[in-house]
Design a protein around this ligand. Structure first.
Ligand SMILES: [Zn+2]
Length: 278
């Protein structure tokens, strides 16, 4: 039986202890191998069990994310993967067939963003990357990007207003560097998925990360990043680790990272409907 959300306004929810507060997971994968083991209902049950009313989900190939979205459209932000198969991850920047594929998929109309794109500094001049940025900008879709800092510089040279989520707080996840980029690029947001051990070594939040979150409380999002089927199997544990360091932040900052920032970014309601059974 699915979890029943019986709370009213967000204010009410936010008065709950953080361990009981809703999370917006901004970085999930639901790919072919995951779909072989877990149907959309199993995924929704995981989200319910962990009080995650909303999630942004990508996957390869895209069809599985579409199915998950169709099962609970109000709860899933489907992100269009540019990979049709796993190996595309390392070749897509040179693959011109990506663009007609994306155009065709985007015609379906339900996609809430494009990504996750993986690329290194050396790939930043890729013509395919340029065209992906143009597609996203024209449709006002955000990009989820796992990339080196130089890629972000290149992207904002091309499209200064493009909304971007920089996955895992960059490939160089140092608070000073992240702060510099947040200051430079107002349309850049950061997800800190898979960075729990850096943020809170031995479970205690690091001073530099603490200051970074307090300085830019409206620019960060959390996520589990289910990059493999085994990651899905340890989903509950991963969520607990995130909640553990969130609870060490000032309450209002923690609420922004946990839920509010992603809800605003993806235009989801900040309040959960009374007596809604998802
Ligand atoms: Zn990922």
């Amino acid at each position: 039986m699915l979890f029943r959300y019986c709370c009213g306004l967000l204010a009410l929810l936010l008065s709950l202890p953080l361990s009981a507060q809703p999370l917006f997971d901004s970085h999930l994968h639901y790919s072919a191998e995951d779909a072989r083991h877990f149907d959309p209902l199993a995924i929704v049950q995981w989200l319910d069990k962990n009080m995650i009313p909303y999630a942004a989900v990508t996957g390869t190939p895209a069809v599985h994310v579409s199915k998950l979205y169709q099962a609970v459209p109000e709860r899933i932000v489907p992100l269009l993967s540019i990979y049709r198969q796993r190996r595309d991850k390392s070749t897509w920047t040179k693959d011109e067939t990506v663009i007609p594929y994306l155009k065709k998929e985007l015609e379906r109309g339900h996609w809430g963003g494009i990504g996750e794109l993986h690329l290194f500094a050396a790939d930043r001049h890729s013509q395919v990357f340029k065209e992906v940025i143009a597609l996203a900008s024209a449709r006002q879709l955000p990009l989820l990007i796992h990339a080196d800092p130089a890629v972000i510089d290149k992207l904002y040279e091309i499209a200064p207003k493009q909304r971007v989520i920089w996955a895992h707080a960059s490939t160089f996840p140092y608070p000073d560097l992240v702060a510099d980029y947040l200051q430079r690029y107002p349309h850049l947001s950061v997800d800190v998925s898979m960075r729990d051990r850096r943020i809170a070594p031995d479970g205690v939040i690091d001073d530099d990360w603490y200051e970074l979150f307090v300085m830019y409380p409206d620019r960060f999002m959390i996520g589990v990043d289910t990059y493999s089927t085994s990651r899905w199997r340890s989903f509950d544990f991963a969520v607990r680790a995130i909640r553990h360091w969130l609870a060490q932040l000032p309450e209002d900052v923690a609420q922004q990272l946990a839920f509010v920032n992603a809800a605003k970014f993806y235009k989801k309601p900040l309040s959960l409907k009374a007596n809604t059974s998802f």
